[in-house]
Design a protein around this ligand. Structure first.
Ligand code: IPE
Ligand code: IPE
Ligand code: MG
Length: 260
């Protein structure tokens, strides 16, 4: 349940161009997803190490989680590490994996306080033991919560996810549990990491890049896309409201006819 008082308080002291009243609370996206990009550029512009950009990005994620809880958005997902991000220098990869573990431990009280359930999308088996163990703890401790789902895509790649779904279907067919003639869209969708959440309605990418970088290719078939030049560490509750306002101004057709 949305607490109106807390919501107003969280979105008080609005900047000139956007305020809480500019969004329709009855038409929020059921699933909002974010490609959190631009941490490295944010750090470089300040003469800092890339790792400091990632650390600053954690603050943006915390603010966004809280904002979505206050608004009553049921599902928030965020791309934290792609299957391609292993190509980065070993030092940066190690720092990120360490940051994930430390951040999850530090933020668990927030999950408990707001009753947020953690989901993790990706091949977690390939993560360092400490990061993996921390993630498992996060999943266990928050499994019963129902205020909001926070899904983090970690070692996630959409093509790997689809190949995995194909393997699972092939296995079920081989075991005689599945008739190939019945393999339809639902059969694929229920074998994706996202099986228990609705498709994203709004996908935000920060830092101005106009690409998907192997993120949720199946699930965003009809998502509205919003790209902002704002670098992820500069993203805040007001940027979130601007994105939602833009989303609510779109005409969604799903292949149909305008206004029908
Ligand atoms: C996003 O920021 C965080 C991750 C991909 C882990 P980047 O690290 O990609 O930042 P830029 O794109 O180099 O600025
Ligand atoms: C996408 O950002 C992955 C994440 C945000 C985790 P990248 O920075 O890796 O994407 P590219 O390399 O610019 O496509
Ligand atoms: Mg990037």
């Amino acid at each position: 349940m949305v607490d109106g008082g807390k919501l107003r308080e969280f979105f008080s002291e609005a900047p000139d161009d956007i305020a809480l009243d500019d969004v329709d609370l009855a038409r929020l996206p059921a699933h909002l997803s974010i490609i959190m990009d631009g941490n490295g550029r944010w750090a470089a512009r300040r003469g800092l190490d890339r790792s400091q950009g990632h650390a600053a990005g954690v603050d943006s994620l915390r603010e966004t989680i809280t904002a979505c809880v206050r608004l009553g958005i049921p599902v928030l997902s965020a791309y934290a590490f792609s299957t391609e991000n292993w190509k980065r220098p070993e030092r940066e990869v190690n720092l990120l994996m360490d940051l994930f573990a430390r951040t999850l431990v530090a933020e668990l009280p927030l999950f408990h306080q707001e009753r947020v359930r953690l989901e993790l999308w990706g091949d977690l088996g390939a993560l360092p033991a400490k990061t993996h163990a921390t993630f498992m703890r996060g999943l266990e401790e928050t499994a019963g919560y129902d205020t909001m789902v926070l899904a983090l895509a970690v070692n996630y790649g959409s093509r790997a996810e689809l190949a995995r779904a194909a393997r699972l279907i092939a296995r079920d067919v081989a075991l005689g549990r599945l008739d190939p003639k019945t393999v339809d869209e639902a059969a694929v969708a229920e074998r994706l990491y996202t099986a228990d959440v609705p498709d994203p309605e709004l996908l935000i990418r920060t830092s101005g890049e106009l690409r998907l970088s192997n993120y949720l290719l199946w699930q965003i078939a009809y998502a509205e896309l919003y790209v902002t030049d704002t670098l992820w560490p500069d993203f805040d509750r007001w940027e979130l409201l601007r994105a939602i306002r833009a989303f609510q101004g779109r005409e969604r057709r799903f292949g149909g006819v305008a206004g029908a």
